[in-house]
Design a protein around this ligand. Structure first.
Ligand code: ATP
Length: 370
């Protein structure tokens, strides 16, 4: 077990078309035993970060440390890291036992007996004892995934790296394996970096989530923080499904300290707190964000000045919830409600939200105004 530190990491690839900056000045401090999930759009540098930590790519700049030791110049096999790939990367001609033992044979002085014991322990942890003498080709995707994870466990590494390990599995098995990996992490407590495209995976598994965009760190925080307190427009837009609604608004202030956020389509009364929060904005216009689930139908109890209205375009039934797609003067607005709320198409839908759920971003810097 160990702390993993990435200091000022930059990775530039020399492609035919010119240099590609895949990771830029990245700082991450991952605590001993922490489970960190890395998310971000395709091409934002998730895999490159992981591969550089593993030693499969060399850092252009910056330092990577496990515990107190800088590992930049160590070959992958001496880094005390085990990596599980999306493709599993199992050797097809070796048995499961052979696959699991291979790394240990290469990188340790353990006797055959000791290796056998470790392989059997890991196999039992992953529930694959019965598969030890089979070849990967005869296994299902889920079984291959277990073998790949088992092979990583056997190494008893200081750090686990997972690069989209569950993305080749069907939805049900993915959920099951997610729970198993979480259990494994609780049991072993090994510092873990885990890359995924699946936000549900990130939200449920992570101690902290790392959001990357264009090779740069956007936010590193708990799942709740990235969801409820996104530091900028990018994180607010990227995290959550269906995604946050955004409106360009201006603020009109009243003599009593409060005011109204609004644009050509609506106005919404806000308190002095909001007025104070946005004082440092660089432009009159701001971006206002509201999550679809923070909106609800307006009724007689809705305070004055806090009702918005728009035309119902589509109602999508998703299990116990409805996604209502509204047309607000040509702009789409998404509302998530219980399935009991079923407005008719083409009617006017009146809705509201609590002021506490409003996110405001500077239109120039795109940073949260708080
Ligand atoms: P995805 O989610 O699609 O897997 P990612 O976030 O893991 O994407 P990376 O694979 O790390 O992104 O790629 C980051 C950037 O670096 C991309 O622009 C990619 O094209 C580029 N890149 C990655 N590997 C190489 C390479 N070996 N040579 C040149 N460019 C590369």
């Amino acid at each position: 077990m160990a702390r993993l530190q990435i200091d000022n990491l930059t990775k530039v690839f020399d492609a035919d078309s010119g240099p590609i900056v895949a990771v830029e000045e990245l700082d991450l401090d991952i605590k001993d035993g922490e489970f960190v999930v890395v998310v971000g759009p395709s091409g934002c540098g998730k895999s490159t970060t992981l591969r550089t930590v593993a030693g499969l790519e060399t850092a252009t700049e910056g330092e990577i440390r496990i515990g107190d030791e800088v590992i930049n110049d160590k070959p992958p096999k001496d880094r005390d890291i085990a990596m599980v790939f999306q493709s599993y990367a199992l050797y097809p001609h070796k048995t499961v036992r052979g696959n699991m033992a291979y790394g240990l044979r290469l990188s340790t002085d353990l006797t055959d007996e000791e290796i056998d014991k470790r392989v059997e322990e890991a196999a039992s942890m992953m529930g694959i004892e019965d598969l030890l003498d089979k070849k990967p080709g005869s296994l299902s995707g889920g079984q291959q995934q277990r073998v790949a994870t088992g092979r990583a466990i056997v190494r008893e590494p200081a750090v686990f790296l997972f690069d989209e390990p569950l993305s080749n599995l069907d939805a049900k098995l993915r959920k099951h394996m997610r729970t198993e990996l979480a259990r494994l992490h609780t049991e072993l407590g090994i510092t873990t970096m885990y890359v995924t495209h699946d936000q549900e995976e990130a939200m449920t598994m992570a101690d902290r989530i790392v959001v990357l965009n264009d090779g740069r760190l956007q936010q590193m925080a708990t799942p709740k923080e990235v969801y409820y307190e996104p530091v900028n427009y990018f994180v607010a837009d990227f995290i959550g499904s269906p995604s946050m609604n955004f409106f360009e608004v201006e603020l009109e202030t009243d003599a009593d300290g409060g005011g109204r956020l609004g644009n050509e389509s609506f106005t919404y009364e806000v308190s002095e707190r909001i007025v104070n929060n946005v004082q440092d904005r660089r432009s009159d216009r701001m971006i206002m964000g509201i999550r679809p689930e923070s909106m609800s139908p307006a009724d007689a109890t809705t305070p004055e000045g806090k009702t918005l209205s728009a035309r119902v375009d589509v109602v999508e039934v998703v299990g116990s919830d409805n996604f209502i797609y509204l047309d607000m003067d040509g702009k789409e607005c998404r509302v998530r409600t219980p399935s009991t709320i079923e407005p008719a198409l083409d009617t006017t839908f009146e809705f509201t939200f609590d002021e506490e759920n409003i996110h405001l971003f500077d239109i120039e810097t795109e940073q949260a105004l708080t």
